[in-house]
Design a protein around this ligand. Structure first.
Ligand SMILES: Nc1ncnc2c1ncn2[C@@H]1O[C@H](COP(=O)(O)OP(=O)(O)OP(=O)(O)O)[C@@H](O)[C@H]1O
Ligand SMILES: [Mg+2]
Length: 1018
């Protein structure tokens, strides 16, 4: 800390102290002051300041001048006779006062020095000091400071803050809950406090901890993330959840408090948002060591009135001894006497004044302070030749004292001039903090004059304090003030008539809105704008900003908060002008559906989309109906494909009558694609899908993400692997775009379908592993990746591994549908039993997959049914029942040929060929193997090719055509090596594949030794 005059500058916590009082100063003014203090005794030019504090941004020199004015005001310095900051005209400034470095005293005792104006509270401060001691020893502490409005919670925290700041390496960060919009902003005070920590001393370490441990939080501070980092960060946080966000911030805080203790203050939790409450709960319940003291203040009465869950949370933590509560009582008469003695040192005030003040204020600190100030203002307490005295006997003063603090403030307000009253009324609508700019359009007073009047009020210590300068995004600057206490604002606000409140809110809302360029800034202010427009009864704007605020919440993975905001917007829809209502309602329902989908609540998601579709149908908004019906496919795809197909079919039907060729093409493509993937492969649907895509192409449209992804799958199942991978890659985020987790997961899934057929098993394994890592970080069940890995394992003959994974998936008893993993588990189990020659059991597993009563419909279910059927055919073949083998193989072939999947075609022909070989029906064998080879000539499918060539090798060896036999063996071997070498050389799955009997017989030992390691292993 650096001391100059009676001030101390605390760079670590970015605050300025005068004695025990924290002197309000804006962060930028603080930075300017700090820069001057750190470069004392020399000229600091305007340019130097601009370069140091506003690098890479254009800021007018005027702004610096405004901050210097603020600094002078805060320090009580004079321009013409400077004690601290001297202006060197047209050049810059010089810090001229003596500066001394202040050693940090220990914190065991909390001495109150002479400059301190706080009275009483010894027990409370001692309680806080011992909590801090425990925190310093690594035992995290949560303390709630509670008491009525104006009792002195903030004052107590300020004094404690000042003491704690003396401790070496101590970090202190504060976040403030805000009445009204603050409760609608997820993590409002937390983001404020963390933002502070990143900007202050040691901020670099905080940013690093966030980058390492809490990417979901780092991304919330766009200015901290370099463009080149953003891409990696976006990938790391894909599909993140609220739980992950909470865990990450806890871990980051634990890491940063390992050597630097931290006092985290959240003020006024009676206005808290639910996400911050979750964080407090999580922080309190974790057991890991942390030198952390979480200090929260609130008014219990307000919490009870608002039915906030805070009350329950605190009680629960108390029962578990995870928090302490320091309840502040009203001040005693003796403490008021002490206050008077300090305030009017050396005065001659009668002893019964303390009694009078105590009687009227009831010991409420704010009431006490306001009363005393009022008496001074009214000339009841006067200074006479340097000593304070009462101007009348206290019995005479007594009857005139207002009965309540509110009444007293009202009287004070009534005594102000009319323009002052009007300024304060407008300000009370803006909030506890306001700028001249924000109220200027609500008044017919020139801004300069408003500023002058505000300065006067602040100087007279009436109602407001000056807090510096606001830099507006339009490049200008405006003086900023705050109400001296939230009650001051409330008193003024409540006395406004409803109509006047509404009108002022409207004006303030419009003013704020004018500051926003659509996009970023508008999004940032969304909750605040929604509040003003709602209170201003401008419902069109309200609904729009609530939707934007919900988007913000979703960006913080606070989907439940988002749903709450949207539901609130939904309630306001009936108030919209009749023309826009239904359209908005449908949009909101769609967003609610999306939020539920993101939470994994598929039934709720479907319900919201269905409500949107019904509403659209009811109001004749048919394209909105089409879009809502199309959305239904997403949740239904997971829980009830048939209902999903009904919805997209209906969408296609409605779109035929709309005269919108693009919408028609999109919807037909989607409906046909979904029928192909979720119901059965039909040639006419494949043709429809292709022609609809061509129509879209002609109209220059790629389609919305979901449509494009469905098209990608259809391509993959038709053997157009490169095309499919191209589509999927577009949804795997590379750039600064915000990525949609749903699209990302579908794209990854589709990519694995294509890559497996292309023989790129190693790449699939890498996708699976990364996906699982991310899921683990998000605290999500990695089932989507587990069943893909299970399939991969069956393809490399690791049946036991595949089953283990499938069992894990099924054991989790999750809410999501288990059709796919169950089926893959059965197929893997079937092959494992076949390997052990347990033919009956193998057949049973494969039959279960084919039985629609056991295996219900799910995405690509037909593919698995065919795979199982091929399995049964293999079992019959190996168990020697050739007739049954042939029957199953024929059935497999017929259903495979009904699809367009070259992989299935090749395998079905290969199976038939193999059976014919066993039957020694050489013609039939040659024909079937020939057909399989023909498929492979058209499509490159290594996953099937190695098997087909292996069978061709068998066939020609038996016919003693050694040359052709060897050609096929070599081909089979080449495909096997492509597959094997796509893995890292030491990958166990590679070993498993190469060691499997059907593979081992093909690959020569020499080739195995030569096999180059894959590029990824290098
Ligand atoms: N112990 C004290 N000694 C002297 N003055 C005090 C004390 N506590 C509070 N005050 C005075 O009372 C005023 C109101 O106190 P403070 O703002 O701390 O109340 P609060 O409990 O935080 O109220 P709110 O619930 O509205 O936030 C302060 O501005 C300060 O001047
Ligand atoms: Mg307070």
């Amino acid at each position: 800390m650096r001391r100059f005059g009676s001030f101390r500058l605390d760079p670590l916590n970015q605050c300025l102290w005068r004695g025990e009082q924290r002197v309000p100063i804006t962060p930028k003014a603080f930075d300017v002051l700090r820069y001057l203090v750190e470069h004392p005794g020399r000229l600091v030019t305007h340019e130097e300041i601009l370069e140091a504090l506003w690098p890479q941004t254009y800021v007018n020199q005027e702004v610096v001048k405004k901050y210097i004015v603020e600094i002078r005001r805060v320090l009580g310095d004079r321009h013409d006779r400077p004690t601290f900051v001297e202006t060197l005209p047209r050049r810059g400034y010089q810090f001229v006062a003596q500066i001394s470095e202040e050693a940090s005293p220990g914190l065991s005792a909390l001495p109150l020095d002479g400059e301190n104006r706080i009275v009483g509270r010894e027990a409370a401060l001692a309680g806080l000091a011992s909590a801090l001691d425990r925190a310093l020893r690594g035992q995290r502490q949560v303390v709630f400071v509670t008491g009525e409005a104006g009792i002195g919670k903030t004052t107590l925290v300020d004094v404690f803050h000042q003491h704690a700041a003396h401790h070496p390496n101590m970090r202190i960060a504060r976040g403030q809950c805000v009445e009204g919009f603050g409760g609608k902003e997820a993590y409002y005070p937390v983001l404020e406090a963390i933002g502070q920590m990143t900007r202050h001393g040691g901020g670099g370490a905080i940013v690093q901890a966030l980058a390492r441990l809490a990417p979901t939080w780092l991304i919330q501070f766009p200015s901290l993330v370099k463009t080149e980092q953003r891409e990696a960060l976006q990938r790391q946080i894909l599909g993140a959840t609220r739980e992950r966000m909470l865990r990450e911030v806890c871990e980051a805080l634990e890491a940063v408090t390992a050597d630097h203790p931290l006092v985290l203050v959240f003020e006024d939790l009676h206005w808290v948002d639910s996400s911050t409450l979750d964080l407090i709960s999580a922080l309190a319940r974790r057991r890991e060591a942390a030198k952390l003291l979480l200090l929260c203040t609130y008014r219990p009465v307000d919490v009870a009135l608002s039915k906030s869950p805070l009350k329950g949370l605190k009680q629960d933590l108390q029962v578990r001894r995870l928090c302490d509560e320091i309840g502040l009582d009203r001040l005693e008469e003796s403490e008021i006497a002490q206050y008077l003695a300090i305030e009017f040192a050396g005065g001659n005030l009668p002893a019964d004044l303390a009694n009078l003040i105590h009687r009227h204020s009831g010991g409420n600190a704010l009431f006490m302070v306001s009363l005393v100030q009022d008496m001074v203002k009214k000339g009841l307490i006067v200074q006479d030749r340097g000593a304070w005295r009462l101007s009348a006997p206290s019995e005479e003063i007594d009857p005139g004292v207002p009965e309540t603090l509110q009444r007293m403030l009202e009287v004070q307000f009534d005594q102000l001039s009319r323009p002052e009253q009007r300024i304060l009324q407008s300000a009370s609508v803006v909030g506890e903090r306001f700028s001249i700019w924000s109220i200027a359009t609500t008044l017919d007073i020139a801004p300069d004059q408003i500023e002058e009047l505000c300065e006067d009020l602040a100087e007279r210590q009436q109602f407001i304090n000056s807090t510096g300068i606001d830099e507006l995004s339009n490049g200008s600057a405006s003086a900023r003030y705050e109400f001296r206490h939230s009650l001051y604002r409330q008193v003024i606000y409540r006395r406004l008539s409803d109509a006047r409140q509404a009108k002022l809110h409207r004006r303030v809302g419009e003013r704020l809105k004018s500051l926003c360029t659509p996009g970023r800034r508008e999004q940032e202010l969304a909750a605040e704008l929604a509040l003003h427009f709602e209170r201003g009864r401008e419902y069109e704007h309200t609904v729009r900003y609530l939707m934007l605020a919900a988007e913000n919440a979703a960006g913080r993975f606070a989907y439940r908060d988002a749903i709450q905001l949207l539901q609130h917007a939904l309630k306001l829809v009936p108030k919209l002008a009749s023309g826009t209502g239904p359209e908005r309602e449908i949009q909101i329902l769609e967003l609610i559906g999306d939020a539920h989908y993101a939470l994994g609540a598929m039934a709720d998601s479907a319900k919201a989309y269905a409500a949107g579709a019904a509403r659209a149908a009811g109001s004749g908004l048919r394209s909105a109906q089409v879009s809502a019906l199309a959305s239904l496919m997403r949740p239904f795809g997971l829980i009830d494909p048939d209902q999903g197909i009904t919805a997209v079919d209906q969408a296609a039907q409605v779109s035929t009558s709309l005269g919108d060729p693009l919408l028609l093409a999109r919807t037909q493509m989607l409906a046909a694609g979904c029928r192909l993937l979720y119901d059965a492969w039909r040639e006419e649907d494949a043709a429809l899908c292709a022609s609809a895509q061509q129509a879209m192409h002609r109209l220059g449209d790629l389609g919305p993400p979901y449509h494009r992804l469905i098209a990608g799958y259809v391509h993959a199942l038709q053997g157009r692997y490169q095309e499919a991978v191209g589509i999927f890659d577009a949804f795997i985020p590379k750039t600064d775009e915000t990525s949609d987790p749903m699209a990302y997961h579908l794209a990854l899934g589709g990519k694995t379908v294509a890559l497996l057929r292309m023989g790129q098993f190693g790449e699939v394994l890498r996708i699976v592993r990364t996906g699982k890592e991310i899921a683990a970080k998000n605290g999500n069940d990695p089932w989507l990746f587990n069943f893909r890995e299970a399939w991969l394992r069956t393809l490399v003959f690791d049946f036991a591994g595949a089953r283990r994974l499938c069992e894990v998936i099924m054991r989790a008893g999750a809410e999501y549908p288990t059709g796919q993993p169950e089926t893959i588990a059965r197929v893997a189990a079937g092959y494992a039993e076949l390997e052990r020659r347990n033919y009956d059991r193998a057949l049973e597993y494969f039959a279960q997959v084919g039985d629609p009563r056991i295996t219900r419909k799910f995405y690509l279910h037909w593919f698995w049914r065919m795979t199982a059927r091929l399995g049964s055919s293999r079992v019959w073949l190996e168990s020697g029942n050739l007739a049954n083998a042939r029957r199953e193989a024929e059935a497999s072939l017929q259903s495979a040929l009904a699809t367009a999947d070259p992989y299935l075609h090749a395998l079905a022909w290969e199976m038939k060929g193999r059976i014919a070989i066993a039957e020694q029906d050489w013609d039939a064998a040659c024909q079937s193997v020939g057909r399989a080879l023909a498929v492979l000539e058209e499509f490159e499918v290594p996953m099937a090719a190695w098997l087909v060539h292996a069978t061709a090798w068998d066939l020609h060896s038996r016919a003693k055509d050694d040359e052709r036999a060897e050609t096929h063996r070599a081909c089979a071997e080449a495909h096997i090596l492509t597959i094997a070498n796509s893995f890292a050389r030491d990958e166990p799955l590679r070993q498993s594949f190469l060691a499997a009997a059907p593979v081992r017989r093909i690959v020569s030992n020499r080739k195995l030794r030569e096999a180059p390691p894959s590029a990824h292993a290098l």
